[in-house]
Ligand binder design. Sequence first.
Ligand code: PGA
Length: 251
Amino acid sequence: MGKEYLIAGNWKMFKTVAESREFVQALAKEFTAFPGLEVAVFPPFTALAATHGLDPKIKIGAQNMFFEEKGAFTGEISPLMLRETADCVLIGHSERREIFAEHDEDVNKKLKAALQFNLPPVLCIGETLPEREAGKTLAKVRLQLEKALQGVAAADMEKITVAYEPIWAIGTGRNATPGQAQEVHHFIRQMLQEMAPGKKIKILYGGSVKPENSLELLVQEDISGVLVGGASLKVDQFSAIIQNALKLLRA
Ligand code: PGA
């Protein structure tokens, strides 16, 4: 069974509408479609409509959403609305959890709402530095996965992508070694197999991914792509990571 890769860029609170459009158009010129390669960027909400469908090779995702369909929830955006302008949605990014106090229960509700509205979710999980140092990485990841996926039907599991992002590696320049990442990815893969036997679920690595470390991460058996923050803001860096995935797909 050949490997498939998803190379995803989380832009966080960066880029105006004009900058987002310009980026997508420039990135589209940097690579050609290839079987097994999927590319997605996650611009801010304001730039979703302007980038969605700009180029068929580049999927557009949202960085967050609320779990209700509609109602008196000032400032929130629903899956029903996102479905018009996004192909997928990030759920439970560590910045949402840490800065905006999103709990596992919210993450679970959001994940189920995304599935209900046919918006494939990218579920983010990962441990803090003290948790890693205390040897609690796998326990934390297990707990987050179990809570996030509670009540999700096995038939829906294939629509989910999991992103393992150790919090100590996000925006710090300190990435997990390929061995550290593979160990956790393998553990997640086993858990997902138990929950949904036979389903093919992508597991991305995120946390200070750059062109220089992407190849050795992507080559790991249970790593099916990367979720890139900082390095996804520059066309040359993000496309260099895509080129590394293409190199492995063509090998
Ligand atoms: P980083 O961010 O690549 O800048 O570490 C990754 C993320 O937060 O998804």
